[in-house]
Design a protein around this ligand. Structure first.
Ligand code: 9MR
Length: 564
């Protein structure tokens, strides 16, 4: 059954920056469509006073929602405040939006809520009330004396304490942790002022903040360092024996054991790429403690890379009994990522540095720039490393130029796709974690913006952020705790089991996923149409789970929008 409305207003439910472009969409069922000239709109303040009036322009038909989309542009309204949108047909109000803000504080507020979401994903440590408010919880899943999974046939125990839970489940995975932490490091690298930004705020009460973005990143990196075996290889994941029920970590501890599993070429190279980048950022942060940590990271990265050279095709552990697979058998992109990051950090004329430089041209040929990155295809992290390299040596300059051209081309393609889409997004299929993909497209745009200063790239990124925060077919703000329409029932074990009505805030859910891999759990998708394949139900792991690799690009984009 199709439950979509005849008319609907689509807008960023959190709001719009004072000097940003401000556009809302009006979705009409073509069956009841009127001539465009008859649609008008008003932006009204909370007292009902009209702040701006305008006319809707047609954008086009949307095939994934079977709607006709109109656009209302109220960018001219630059007075901070709280407003609503009214849409009128032949002078009659047919729809009103909820209240939203025009403010310059929004990006920073949402950024802080996003940073804080990583704190809420911490594993193995207590989250005390003074830092976590009503989401406080005791330490559990210490993971400091884990047995190796029986698949590994290895005696003894291992300390894999700390790190972030991956998502709604309690697994800890290097492959996905690596792209997430690398994305956050990128925000720090491109925007040094973000390093010290504290997590919190948003709809989170104003309790004391425990740490900055960089401290939060370090929490994950310390776990990464523990995941490196003495031979340099890196374990793949920490997994419970079986998928946990919807219970708290402390109850999961009572119910079952957790194990360590791996090593693989992808996890080891992913580690090498992320840790080489950590060297860059922690060195940049300065101070003796940061610099010492940076050196540790670089040494660990080199050992991992050397292990991967000796073990270039060790597959992922084929076990999904208690955790996700993150299966990936194409290693070229991870090799490129690791080499490009190490290339920047090793300026010592060593044999290793020489070998790496020699490989990079072929790496680039094998791994063309993509519109975005994800846990499987990581080459953009390699391209971005080359594009941001400030080394003025001739080889570095040549690589930089090439990388900048290629990334700017990808950004241009993203803009073209956005232009052709009724909701101004650049993806053409809604897959598992589509919000993460959209955020990653926005990240590509912001990366290209950092040196081109082409304002179209920044504006395109902002349009994608508008989609995530409410300007989408579902009329849902996909970040928990951010707006009236935010998910209430994410597929997130802690949010369900903690006895707190509000879900853990600042978490980005996967979003629209037309592959609907969860139909056997009987979710109530409102329509057969692809654009409505999202439901705010706990059972919908394919559309309503949260994950660190979706939050990370959104966090980075907000940081970059805030500072560039
Ligand atoms: O994000 C992952 C998505 O790309 C895959 O299609 C999906 C199925 O393998 O798995 C997703 O990752 C999940 C992981 O396997 C386990 N933790 C939760 C992740 C988000 O749903």
């Amino acid at each position: 059954m199709d439950c979509k409305l005849e008319y609907a207003i689509r807008y960023n439910h959190v709001g719009y920056g004072v000097n940003e472009r401000k556009v809302f969409f009006f979705a009409a069922d073509p069956a009841t469509m009127q001539a465009p000239a008859q649609f008008g709109f008003r932006i009204v303040g909370m007292d009902g006073a009209v702040a701006l009036e305008g006319t809707l322009l047609i954008r086009g038909n949307c095939d994934y929602t079977a709607e006709t989309i109109y656009e209302g542009d109220f960018s001219a309204l630059t007075v901070p405040g709280t407003y609503r949108i009214l849409v009128l047909v032949s002078g009659e109000v047919v729809k009103e939006s909820h209240a939203f803000e025009i403010s310059d504080k929004l990006f920073l507020r949402e950024l802080r809520a996003n940073i804080k979401s990583f704190y809420f994903q911490r594993s193995g440590v207590e989250l005390p009330t003074e830092y976590a408010g009503k989401w406080a919880r005791p330490a559990a899943h210490a993971d400091n004396d884990l047995a190796f999974h029986s698949m590994m046939n290895r005696p003894g125990v291992w300390n894999a304490h700390g790190g972030w839970y991956d998502a709604g489940d309690y697994g800890k995975y290097i492959v996905n942790g690596g792209v997430s932490v690398a994305t956050l490091l990128l925000a720090c690298e491109m925007c040094p002022s973000a390093v010290g930004i504290m997590g919190g705020d948003g709809f989170v009460p104003t309790f004391e903040q425990p740490c900055s973005l960089l401290d939060e990143i370090r929490f994950e990196l310390e776990f990464f360092l523990r995941m490196q075996d003495s031979d340099g290889g890196v374990f793949f994941k920490v997994t419970p024996g079986h998928w946990d029920g919807f219970m708290m970590p402390e109850d999961s501890d009572v119910m079952q054991k957790r194990f360590i599993m791996g090593k693989s070429t992808t996890s080891t190279l992913n580690f090498a790429g992320a840790l080489a980048q950590a060297h860059h950022v922690f060195k940049m942060a300065g101070g003796a403690a940061s610099e010492a940590f940076a050196e540790n990271c670089l040494a660990a990265s080199i050992r991992a890379y050397e292990w991967a050279l000796q073990n270039p095709d060790v597959g992922w552990p084929r076990n999904t009994e208690g955790s996700g697979g993150y299966g990936d058998e194409r290693y070229d992109d991870e090799f490129f990522w690791a080499r490009a990051m190490l290339f920047r950090e090793l300026r010592d004329g060593s044999a290793l540095a020489g070998d790496i430089v020699a490989e990079l041209p072929a790496d680039m040929d094998r791994n063309p720039v993509q519109l975005s990155l994800d846990w499987r295809d990581t080459q953009n992290l390699g391209w971005i490393a080359l594009a941001l390299n400030d080394d003025e040596g001739p080889v570095a300059k040549e690589f930089r130029e090439k990388a900048r051209i290629r990334i700017a081309e990808a950004a241009e393609s993203i803009l073209n796709l956005q232009k052709d889409d009724a909701y101004a997004i650049s993806i053409r299929r809604f897959i598992w974690g589509s919000n993460g993909e959209i955020a990653n497209h926005a990240l590509t745009l912001m990366v290209a913006y950092s040196w081109t200063r082409d304002v179209r790239f920044r504006a395109g990124a902002k349009e994608l952020v508008d989609f995530i925060y409410g300007r989408n077919p579902l009329n849902v703000c996909f970040v928990t705790g951010a707006a009236w329409s935010s998910p209430r029932f994410p597929h997130h074990r802690i949010s369900h089991a903690d006895g707190v009505v509000d879900p853990v805030p600042g978490l980005l859910v996967g979003g629209i996923n037309n592959d609907r891999q969860d139909m056997h759990r009987k979710p109530h998708y409102s329509s057969e149409l692809p654009g409505f394949a999202y439901t705010d139900e706990r059972c919908s792991f394919a559309s309503n789970e949260t994950a660190i690799n979706w939050n990370a690009p959104l966090t980075a984009v907000l940081a970059l929008l805030n500072c560039l």
